[in-house]
Design a protein around this ligand. Structure first.
Ligand code: PMP
Length: 418
């Protein structure tokens, strides 16, 4: 678990044995290494461990019987469509419904602008596939979503991080980074950003900065990829307007039902200017022919027949209670010198440890005390983040969150006196 990645020399299944196929992989396979989060899953899923590591939505809160019934009705009434191949762009009716969902974030788009994908993770893969040649630069917040970093590595992108503070990406740093890259003759293809309730930092880009970031990118000819799976999971007031709501020509928006409904359906989407959308459809067809008609129609039926806005509201209340449990426990229990973000939505808190502590070194001790987190280094492509960690509050019940924070605070306290 704490081993350094060894770039394909070993596989998980083979344990310590040398990978016999190592000389035959394509160069891009070198970048495909298990994320720190993946390695953590086995440990964190032990029942005695309080996992503040994963980002699993609390699907237990869904009306499972109702979902079962609507799936049965779907097969009875539209089985021959649900069980057939579909179009590469995705079910037209679902694309209309997706536009209705996006209107909540101020986005005005039509079904022909949307491509349905296998979660937003596949949208990330496709967008990277159509834009990135080996060595091209992708800008990403520092820290950034681990799954996106994995995709960028798989396509041999060079990731350059732009710092954030508690108001999100810092526009001045973005300008400085772009200037430095231009001076070095490096080609920047896009800015990848999670502007709302960011994973892993839990911060949200302010309105003023949204305008600045869009303006800077437009002027520099850098596309913005807005990844927004948490946008509707805010704890106070109305949803933020998406970046895409302000700039239809230079923003590709990625959305997902994974957090507002359930990740098991694997339904996400990309909303893109038409030339990019056309390439995405071709890339989609080459990857999987078409998305599963079955799960697309199931999600469509859920949206049609269920009070989905109410369900999202009740998810928000549930996650707000857990966020509060975590923040209150951190305030009560963490030793001086620890700092953390205060998310207004989403799943994650980002905590920075006192000077000199290393979160990766701390992890085995934390696991021995039955609590897990994700070390900060997993969220950077350049090895930064050693003093930070991501703490999730989405899955454990509030009492377990408090207990997890108590255990973690004990481990950090012990480390400080050593
Ligand atoms: N982007 C971000 C920021 C995420 O946190 C996740 C899931 N953890 C994804 C994309 C991928 O989600 P999915 O493929 O389930 O839509």
């Amino acid at each position: 678990m704490t081993q350094e990645p060894d770039h394909g020399r070993r596989t998980a299944a083979q344990g310590s044995r040398i990978d016999a196929y190592i000389d035959r992989y394509a160069a891009r396979a070198t970048g495909m290494v298990a994320s720190e989060i993946r390695a953590l899953f086995a440990v964190a899923s032990r029942p005695e461990v309080v996992s503040l590591a994963g980002g699993m939505p609390y699907v237990t809160a869904l009306p499972l019987d109702t979902v079962g019934e609507l799936v049965a009705d779907l097969v009875a009434q539209r089985g021959t469509v649900a069980l057939q191949y579909g179009s590469g762009q995705g079910d037209p009716h679902l694309r209309e419904q997706i536009c209705e969902v996006m209107r909540l974030e101020g986005i005005d788009a039509g079904p022909d602008d949307v491509v349905v994908t296998v979660g937003s993770q596949q949208a990330l893969d496709l967008i990277t596939r159509i834009f990135i040649d080996p060595g091209d630069v992708v800008l990403a917040e520092g820290p950034s979503y681990v799954g996106a970093l994995g995709t960028f590595a798989a396509y041999q992108a060079s990731v350059v991080h732009v710092p954030m503070d508690d108001q999100g990406l810092i526009p001045e740093s973005l300008t400085e980074t772009l200037t430095a890259l231009a001076a070095a003759g490096r080609r920047v293809k896009f800015l990848y950003t999670v502007p709302t309730f960011q994973n892993p930092a839990g911060v949200t880009l302010t309105l003023e900065r949204r305008r600045q970031v869009l303006e800077i990118c437009r002027r520099a000819g850098v596309l913005v990829v807005e990844d927004n799976p948490y946008g509707l999971l805010g704890f106070d007031g109305e949803p933020m307007r998406a970046l895409r709501a302000e700039d239809a020509d230079n923003v590709v928006y990625l959305g997902s039902f994974s957090k507002t409904l359930a990740p098991g359906f694997r339904v996400g989407w990309a909303l893109a200017p038409h030339p990019i959308k056309d390439k995405l459809v071709l890339a989609m067809e080459s990857a999987v022919l078409s998305h599963s008609s079955f799960t697309q129609l199931a999600v469509g039926r859920y949206l049609e027949t269920q009070p989905w806005r109410e369900q999202i509201k009740s998810f928000c209340e549930l996650y707000r209670e857990r966020r509060d449990a975590q923040l209150n426990a951190l305030t009560a229990l963490m030793p001086p010198g620890c700092h953390w973000t205060r998310p207004a939505g989403g799943f994650f808190v980002w905590m920075t440890l006192p000077e000199g502590l290393d979160s990766k070194a701390l992890l085995p001790r934390a696991v021995a005390e039955r609590v897990a987190f994700v070390p900060g280094t997993g969220f950077y492509a350049d090895g930064s983040g050693a003093t930070a960690m991501r703490l999730s509050y989405c899955y454990p019940e509030p009492d377990r969150i408090r207990e997890g924070v108590r255990r973690l605070a004990g481990v950090i306290q012990q480390e400080l006196v050593m």
